[in-house]
Design a protein around this ligand. Structure first.
Ligand SMILES: [Fe+2]
Length: 437
């Protein structure tokens, strides 16, 4: 069946979405063409390719790509596909190389993807083959832009620029850089990987779902309360407690955090308050911040508490914890979630250690929190195959948005507003004609 725009529009209503958006193979393939080609999708951070020839390989949607720095310091994002027979040129997640060489017939490529050498040239004369023709290169992704070190790419030639796309989400990235005493950050190590048996949208939607922790993560709250009850009189809770305890917070706490949405499907929870607001001070950090910013700005920078700024469709970043999470769709029912950690250059290492501890306790497949969410996504993925009810509900606080400030709309934290906002963006991408650009 070939879907027409009317078929797509029929899947999204103001207060519900059709189950097909999560389970239908054809919808998934169309998303790769329309959402993941059109949007600005996070590729990597420039600190991952510090030197000429440094590269990482990753994906945009389901398309394999390489991000690489060339000898003139320019960062390129090129398709990880040989211009000859189409083999994936590099299988390494990262590395350093003077050139890329396909293992099949040995075609080699410069760091900008242009074809360098084809071995055994005999036989190509007078055939129409032209080495300078970009069809024989590792092709360049249409647009690549960098916002303060975060590299995004879009696979279409025309569209809004990255800054306009990010909108108020830029303030989260700005805050992350302001939290570094040198104004610089760097990615540390490789990603923590967590394969999810679900559609990519379930993970992205959950990041600003403030109404699930009290149920999904109830066991965490119960364990925390039990532990507190067992502490000897006068004893302090263990340091991990300040990370884990907030997951047992009440509906009122998450409501008060609020949720804010913006164009292109982006959103975040919190702002002033969040589950990270009561972290203890790290010795020596504040002094370094005051030395850079002065007292007043330091206060402002550390008071910003955005929880899971979600840059639709793939990228999510916190400000008080130095981690980003990236959704990599694999199939309609399979999504790889990567958690990357970064160092605030010039800040005490204890801040990075707290972030790593956070990931171990919250984001890892062996953690106390992530598997709770994973379990619910997998159950949805399984039960949404049922035709007993075609619709997934989005009613909570519908029409009760409280504040509009420019492009940003805010509501209570347990509202379904961020999901309704994501589906408006999804429709704009999905129901606007063919995308063969
Ligand atoms: Fe959760």
């Amino acid at each position: 069946m070939r879907l027409i725009d009317a078929d797509i529009r029929a899947l999204v209503e103001a207060d519900r979405v059709h189950r097909k958006v999560y389970v239908d193979e054809e919808i998934f393939q169309l998303e790769m063409q329309r959402v993941w080609k059109r949007a600005w999708v996070f590729v990597g951070h420039e600190s991952q390719v510090k030197e000429a020839g440094s590269f990482i390989s990753t994906t945009i949607g389901t398309e394999p790509v390489v991000m690489v720095r060339d000898k003139s310091n320019e960062i390129h994002v090129i398709y990880n596909r040989c211009g000859h027979k189409g083999a994936k040129v590099t299988n390494k997640p990262c590395g350093k190389t003077p050139m890329f060489r396909c293992p099949y017939h040995g075609w080699s490529y410069n760091l900008d993807g242009t074809l360098n050498v084809t071995p055994h040239k005999v036989g190509y004369e007078d055939t129409g083959f032209d080495k300078s023709d970009t069809r024989f290169h590792m092709g360049k992704v249409a647009r690549v832009e960098n916002y303060r070190g975060f590299v995004f790419a879009s696979q279409i030639k025309e569209g809004v620029n990255l800054e306009e796309f990010l909108g108020d989400a830029k303030a989260t990235i700005d805050n992350v850089l302001d939290r570094a005493p040198t104004g610089q950050i760097e990615i540390v190590g490789q990603a923590l990987l967590y394969m999810h048996d679900c559609n990519w949208k379930m993970f992205i939607e959950n990041l600003n779902d403030g109404v699930h922790p009290m149920v999904t993560h109830a066991s965490v709250g119960d364990a925390c309360r039990k532990l507190l009850g067992q502490l000897p009189e006068g004893a302090s809770p263990p340091p991990e407690a300040e990370i884990v305890f907030p997951f047992g917070s009440s509906y009122e706490f998450f409501d008060d955090m609020g949720v804010s949405v913006m164009p292109y499907g982006h959103s975040y929870m919190g702002g002033q308050s969040s589950i990270h607001q009561d972290y203890s001070d790290v010795e020596g950090y504040r002094d370094k911040m005051v030395a850079r910013h002065g007292e007043e700005k330091t206060q402002q920078v550390l008071a910003q508490n955005r929880h899971n700024t979600t840059i639709y469709p793939s990228f999510t970043i916190k400000d008080a914890i130095q981690a980003i999470r990236v959704a990599r769709p694999i199939a309609v029912n399979k999504t790889l979630v990567e958690t990357w950690h970064f160092r605030l250059i010039g800040a005490p290492d204890a801040l990075l250690h707290r972030t790593i501890t956070y990931s171990r306790l919250i984001n890892s497949p062996a953690s106390m929190v992530g598997p709770d969410d994973w379990n619910c996504y997998a159950r949805m993925q399984e039960a949404l195959k049922s035709s007993s009810n075609d619709w997934v509900d989005l009613h909570r606080y519908l029409g009760r948005e409280e504040i509009r400030e420019g492009d940003v709309t805010r509501a209570r934290g347990t509202s379904d507003l961020s999901m309704r906002n994501q589906y408006q963006a999804w429709l704009t991408y999905m129901a606007s004609g063919n995308c063969d650009e």
